[in-house]
Design a protein around this ligand. Structure first.
Ligand SMILES: *Cc1c(COP(=O)(O)O)cnc(C)c1O
Length: 345
């Protein structure tokens, strides 16, 4: 029986069409600026996101770390939400590599609003760190794939301008946020000074992320990427997968969202899973387990039944819909989860 892997949208494998496109990619030494496929990907990404320029990087973490370094000086502060990837899942890179102090604050559903942020912006005082930027994550992973309403982003932009701080978007799943809102990705991305996006999540490329910003900012980011060891040579082979993903897999993201909602709906019928299907906005389903079900043990039991999901903090698990699961897989996974929850330990 096939394993139904819902651990993350990063687990997808390149399709035959993607592999063929990769195999035929023209390449050159990208550190010399000679790789035409990387250039195509960067130009196309900048265009799709409504910015002047883009920089291809190996991972979302490097995209964030290069951007943070470009946004702030050692001793500066960046405001983010408590669940943020940059705060929780990057091995304290902002502090360790860039000397940046992250200033996290909680927000309902991960939606950091201007009302929450404004009191945290530091005054000009000799004692205070300088607030360099406000960082948000859209969609918000920890909060369960939640999406920022456009008005909230507009307010944050005005706040950032008022206080002369930068606005940063960790847009690993910006594609999903735009799909949910029914807007072009550029409508969201153009409101930010720097944006990072992943090609290896919902879009299904094997590797790769990008940063977009102004031409000047990307020139600076390119030097930082080199410093971090992210200057790559015939990387068109990898950029080709990302380009293929961007051109072919964006319009299907709505299917993942429907499947995530369906999974939530099927599970919500059981008292073991505390989830309101109406709260599912994108491809991520965060489920609270009823007391008596331990997340680690439950995930392990499920894995014996060939369904993979991940523990996600106290009493929680996470399942993610993606390119490599269909409607039948979701129904099967839901049934196995219901049976496993119901079976004696
Ligand atoms: C996955 C993810 C990243 C980092 O991506 P990697 O490629 O795994 O380094 C950054 N931000 C968010 C919100 C993510 O979900």
């Amino acid at each position: 029986m096939k394993i139904i892997d819902l651990r993350s949208d990063t687990v997808t494998r390149p399709s035959k069409g993607m592999r063929e496109f990769i195999a035929s990619a023209e390449v050159g030494d990208d550190v010399f600026g000679d790789d035409p496929t990387v250039k195509n990907l960067e130009d196309r990404t900048a265009e799709v996101l409504g910015h002047e320029a883009a920089l291809f990087v190996p991972s979302g973490t490097m995209a964030n770390q290069v951007s943070l370094r470009a946004l702030a000086m050692p001793g500066d502060e960046i405001i983010c939400e408590t669940g943020a990837h940059i705060f929780n899942y990057e091995v304290a890179g902002a502090a360790a590599i860039s000397g940046i102090q992250l200033h996290p604050i909680g927000a309902a559903n991960g939606i950091l609003t201007s009302e929450i942020v404004e009191p945290l912006i530091r005054p000009e005082d000799i004692h205070d760190p300088r607030t360099a930027a406000i960082a948000i994550e859209n969609s918000n992973n920890r909060a369960g794939g939640t999406v920022f309403p456009m008005e909230v982003i507009g307010d944050l932009r005005r706040l950032a301008d008022q206080y002369k701080v930068k606005l940063y978007l960790d847009g690993a799943r910006l594609w999903n946020a735009a799909t949910y809102l029914g807007v072009k990705p550029s409508e969201i991305a153009s409101k930010f000074d720097y944006v990072s996006v992943c090609f290896s999540k919902g879009l299904g490329a094997p590797i790769g992320s990008a940063i977009v910003s102004s031409r000047e900012n990307i020139k600076k980011a390119r030097r930082i990427r080199k410093m971090y060891g992210g200057g790559m040579r015939q990387v068109g082979l990898i950029a080709a997968g990302a380009l293929y993903a961007l051109e072919n897999n964006y319009t299907r993201l709505g299917d993942d969202h429907k499947r995530a909602a369906n999974l939530a709906r099927l599970l919500s019928k059981s008292p073991f899973f505390l989830i309101n299907p109406d709260t599912i906005q994108t491809n991520i389903v965060v489920i609270r387990l009823a007391s008596g079900l331990n997340p680690d043990r439950f995930c392990q039991k499920l894995s014996h039944e060939k369904v993979l999901v991940v523990p996600f903090g106290e009493n929680m698990i996470r399942a993610v819909a993606h390119l490599d699961v269909d409607d039948t897989d979701i129904e099967k996974a839901a049934n196995i989860m219901l049976e496993t929850a119901d079976s004696p330990a």
